[in-house]
Every structure is written in structure tokens, then in C-alpha cells.
Design a protein around this ligand. Structure first.
Ligand SMILES: Nc1ncnc2c1ncn2[C@@H]1O[C@H](COP(=O)(O)OP(=O)(O)OP(=O)(O)O)[C@@H](O)[C@H]1O
Ligand SMILES: [Mg+2]
Length: 254
């Protein structure tokens, strides 16, 4: 994405943001609340909320410029999305199995083949007995289980890129750690390019190859992860690190 500018009612919410995501690499996107991380992520997916418009910015995949139709065609297929609150990503009235069937039908997979694929995906995200999950409704699964199921759905069409907006924020620490290991493994095994939006600098230290910092709708710093922790350039980056150290008291493993 080059030179992204988003406006609502003539006011710029995001301006001049350029980001590159490469396969096999994790880009951590951090910054204080309201900085524009979620809107930038939604703009990459072509899923901006009503009232927010992209007034500038060029999106390219492998060098080719994507218009709105091309972008929509990639969504779910080459670019997967994992939201913060997993419950909001499911229809409470239909089973997990049906969520998978609908997604897999996009690629013409049906019947026993679809079931087998759904079970393989659920196994990949750590479920030992996936067949037992498929008849369940979202309300019958815990938040951590739903987040793993959402990840499995996001992977169903074998995307090259995954955009994850605070995927662990609503989960307890043990489940957070499980999801992070899972993401780490997926990036390595599937050579995914992962955009990971997070408030948690320990997550960045653990997973990210590069870090981008947003403040007031602008990108104020971008560099590789070790440099970010050793020598953050922007005052806002230093403030984020200082706040993290004040909370956790320890130097971060960069
Ligand atoms: N639908 C909308 N209409 C108008 N303004 C919006 C809309 N959604 C977000 N904004 C504004 O855009 C700015 C960026 O919001 P965004 O949600 O992208 O921030 P964020 O960095 O994801 O914050 P957080 O860390 O709290 O999730 C904020 O000022 C927000 O109020
Ligand atoms: Mg957000």
C-alpha cells in the first residue's frame, strides 16, 4: 500500500501511510489507540466502514495495481482476516461445520471432501478431535476455541497473507500464548505474510520481523524489530517502550 489516505466527512483519519508486507514475514503494527491501525487494516481488505473513504493510496500485489474489484476478489482467497473479538466473526445461528462448508464451497469443495478439509484445518490450529466440533454452534465454544476456529476459517482458502487485528487481546494469557505459537508456526510452515496489529510489545518482540508505528493517522516509524527495541527513532516509539517497561519492568528480548 502506497500513500494511503482515508477521510470521514472531509477529515483525514489516516494519511500518507505506505506499508509493504512480504510472504514469510511478520510486520507488527503498533501505536496508541485511535492511531489508525484498524482502519489501515480494513483499507487493505477493502472493508472500510460506512462513511470512511479512501481518497488516496495505491494497492499493489506482486507489483500489479489492484482496483476495488480485484481487491474484493483477493479477500478471503489470497488475504485472510482475523478480527479481535472472535464471537463477532461467526453467525451464532449456524454450526461451525456450516461456516466451513460455506467458505470451502467458494472453491467448489463440497460433501465429504469439504468435511475432511475442515477437519484438517481444525487439526492444524490445534484441535485433536475436530469431528466433534463441526456440529457445535459458536455459542458452545469458548473465546479461545473460537479464535482458533476463526484462524482455521481464514486459512481455508490457503491465503498468502493474513491480517490479524489484535487477535489475542480478548483471550487469557495461556490461550494468547497458544495462538501466538500457532501464528508463528503458520508463518513458517505456510510462508504466510502476517500483518499483526497489537498493543503488546512482548508480542512484537516475539513474532515480528519488522515494526511499524502509527500515531494520529500517520506512520511515524518503521524498522526491523531489533533496531526498534535497541534504538527506537521516534519519540512516540520511545514512549511506547517506556510505558511497556513501566508495566513489565524488564528489558525485552529483542
Ligand atoms: N467509522 C468511522 N467513522 C469515523 N471515524 C472513524 C471510524 N472508525 C474509526 N474512526 C476514527 O479513525 C481514527 C483511527 O481509528 P482506528 O480504529 O483505526 O484506530 P486504532 O489504531 O485501530 O485504535 P485502537 O488501538 O484503539 O484499536 C480514530 O480517530 C477513530 O475515531
Ligand atoms: Mg484498532
Amino acid at each position: 500500500m502506497e500513500g494511503l489516505r482515508l477521510e470521514a466527512g472531509g477529515v483525514a483519519l489516516v494519511d500518507g501511510v505506505s506499508l509493504a508486507l512480504r510472504r514469510g514475514e511478520v510486520l507488527g503494527l503498533v501505536g496508541t489507540s485511535g492511531g489508525g491501525k484498524s482502519l489501515t487494516t480494513l483499507a487493505l481488505l477493502g472493508l472500510l466502514p460506512r462513511g470512511v473513504r479512501r481518497v488516496a493510496g495505491v494497492l499493489r500485489l506482486d507489483g500489479a495495481v489492484l482496483d476495488a474489484a480485484a481487491q474484493a476478489a483477493l479477500r478471503g482467497r489470497r488475504i485472510g482476516f482475523v478480527q479481535q473479538a472472535p464471537r463477532g466473526g461467526f453467525n451464532p445461528l449456524v454450526t461451525l461445520g456450516r461456516h466451513f462448508r460455506e467458505t470451502l464451497a467458494c472453491d467448489g469443495l463440497r460433501g465429504a471432501a469439504a468435511t475432511a478439509r475442515a477437519e484438517a484445518l481444525l487439526r492444524e490450529v490445534g484441535f485433536d478431535a475436530p469431528a466433534r466440533l463441526l456440529p457445535l454452534y459458536p455459542g458452545q465454544l469458548s473465546g479461545g476455541m473460537l479464535q482458533r476456529a476463526m484462524l482455521a476459517l481464514a486459512l481455508a482458502r490457503a491465503p498468502d497473507f493474513l491480517l490479524a487485528d489484535e487477535p489475542t487481546t480478548d483471550l487469557d494469557l495461556i490461550v494468547q500464548a497458544q495462538i501466538l505459537s500457532l501464528l508463528e508456526g503458520l508463518v513458517a510452515r505456510r510462508r504466510l505474510g502476517l500483518l499483526l496489529v497489537t498493543h503488546d510489545l512482548s508480542v512484537v518482540a516475539r513474532l515480528a520481523d519488522r515494526v511499524a508505528v502509527m500515531l494520529g493517522g500517520r506512520l511515524v516509524e518503521e524498522q526491523e524489530v531489533r533496531g526498534f527495541f535497541d534504538a527506537p527513532r521516534h519519540p512516540h516509539s520511545r514512549a511506547l517502550l517506556a510505558a511497556h517497561l513501566a508495566l513489565y519492568g524488564e528489558a525485552l528480548p529483542a
